[in-house]
Design a protein around this ligand. Sequence first.
Ligand code: ZN
Ligand code: ZN
Length: 418
Amino acid sequence: MQQNNDNSSIIDPIKLNRLAETAIKVGLQLQPGQDLLITAPTAALPLVRRIAEHAYKAGAGLVMPFFTDEQLTLARYQFASDSSFDKAANWLYDGMAKAFSANTARLAIVGDDPMLLSSQDPAKVSRANKANSIAYQPALEKIAGFDINWNIIAWPGTAWAQQVFPNETQDNAVRKLADAIFAASRVDLEDPIAAWSQHNAKLHAKTAWLNENRFSALHFTGPGTDLTVGLADGHEWHGGASTAKNGITCNPNIPTEEVFTTPHAHRVEGYVSSTKPLSYNGTLIDNISVRFEAGRIVEAKASRGEDVLKKVLETDEGAARLGEVALVPHSSPISKSGLLFFNTLFDENAACHIALGQCYAKCFLDGATLSPEQIAAQGGNKSLIHIDWMIGSNEVNIDGIQAHNTRVPVFRKGEWVE
Ligand code: ZN
Ligand code: ZN
């Protein structure tokens, strides 16, 4: 079906403009003279244009956008030769890595159809993803290592909106998704910049408490879950605004409700069940249940998408180990919206979650000065992937475990105890 992708007449221009301004002033804190690299779906052009305006007003050197297009992506699956699926734009990612090394800021706009590739050959999807992940690695290391200020925001793409609101007309679905994105991003408020500074202060109070407690592990219990997540040696909790290695304090994710740190890649034991479906590259993976031994997933099941899950776990050695553990109260605004967004940027902020794969170097004390070898020695995981999935609900309790096995209640029935 052909879709009208020009949503600019349906989407509130004032809130859209606030989102662009918030991305530049809160998400990136773009500095005078700094260049900006943007990736976006073609449909998000109206937002990209407003971002460029705010970037140049803030003194940006050069704003350079790169677009992807859903129809163009599908054309590859329909018409490309088999060998196409082992290719990736290495030259482009090398250029991105170079740009980041030269202190270019990075803004990513998400908004594609989460089911875009769901009816394509899974083997081709997985080959294309793998080729892309390998090519992207040098650039991803600079993002994951927090070398530069970066930010992700969302655009209410038409197909995405219809996935979230299947019973609405196309226009209403887009309007509703736009409103949900604006509310979660706090740009439905008159002064989003002030709202973000209050929100950041709240998240920082939580990370300060967790860092003072120096837990060696977190113990999650709930239906289908009895999981002990050992935390990496010298781990540090982060959440909200934080400072990149280039000295700029930014909010990498808009929205964000989580506080998060690095688990120990070899000290995770027990079993855990997902509490929300995971939308991964066009496949829905539902009712995940896995068992860990010495940090590695040794058994994995899912009621839907199990084959994709198993392929993901085989990506590399680190793909079956954890790279992140994050705490989000059940009462978070995104959770309260009751929506399943089919998009990690939103869904991960509705519940406590864990991530398979690559860890964040910044989640270590003095993380900026640690070499990859030191990070690995302290328990930081390394992988081509980083996939968050939700394990929190109003039935999940969490205890922090300190040295000598002292237990401190952290969450009860999905909410902070403190
Ligand atoms: Zn997270
Ligand atoms: Zn994550």
